[in-house]
Design a binder for this molecule. Structure first.
Ligand code: TIU
Length: 223
């Protein structure tokens, strides 16, 4: 496929080559979306993230149909917690912290049911899954190597939560030289205001660390 353009992107049209642009889906894990998971242990209303799922499923289908590289990420830690900094381990209410038993197994631990991606967005064979111990998808992961090996230069960024893992990953990708289009209605936050302002921050100041568009415009561009 040749280059396509999302004309309504802010602050300016976003042109990308689907063969060299990855759809990055950040942390659409049961532990963030379902009651009993990490998100809820932090005191959040996890129901707020559900609205993202059908929109993201549609965008994922369009990206797969266009042959785009798909990259899923999962935030989590080894069962022995050796990759979890003590400062992160101490966060949150006692008995409801990373590694503690939750409704879907130990909270945010690799291999547990809650750590995995929700059924609606389950990775297909051949799609990349990056397991990350931090908020950003580059820290202590192979993401940089994966992108280089596939000659990926631009990213469509989606997932949860807007102001935490989506922001950290997008900011870092921008510093590493990737053009990032954040798909606003395919990102979600437990806090509506954080989502709104988090999205606005990205394309402000002439696109200080990225572009923003809605999924319908991206799907239309790929069709
Ligand atoms: N709590 C929260 O908003 N987010 C996280 O802990 N991780 C991600 O954003 N994935």
């Amino acid at each position: 496929m040749t280059e396509v353009t999302v004309a309504t992107a802010a602050p300016a049209p976003f042109t990308f080559d689907p063969a060299h642009t990855a759809l990055v889906i950040i942390d659409m894990q049961r532990d963030f979306l379902l009651p009993g998971g990490f998100g809820e242990t932090l005191g959040n209303d996890v129901g707020r993230l559900a609205q993202v799922v059908p929109r993201l499923a549609k965008l994922l289908a369009a990206a797969r149909a266009a042959g785009m590289p798909i990259i899923h990420t999962r935030e989590g830690h080894r069962p022995d917690l050796s990759d979890c900094p003590p400062a992160k381990l101490r966060r949150g209410a006692p008995s409801k912290r990373i590694g503690d038993p939750g409704a879907f197994g130990r909270i945010l631990i690799r291999g547990e049911y809650g750590h995995d991606i929700i059924d609606e967005l389950a990775p297909h064979a051949g799609e990349v899954v990056i397991d990350k111990p931090g908020k950003g998808a580059f820290y202590a992961t192979e993401l940089s190597d994966v992108l280089a090996a596939r000659e990926i230069t631009q990213l469509l960024v989606t997932g949860v939560t807007t102001e935490v893992c989506v922001h950290t990953t997008t900011r870092e990708a921008n510093d590493r030289g990737f053009d990032c289009l954040v798909v606003s209605d395919c990102c979600g936050s437990y806090f509506p205001d954080f989502h709104r302002v988090g999205i606005d921050m990205i394309s402000a100041q002439g696109g200080i660390f990225g572009w923003v568009a809605e999924s319908g415009a991206v799907i239309d561009a790929l069709a």
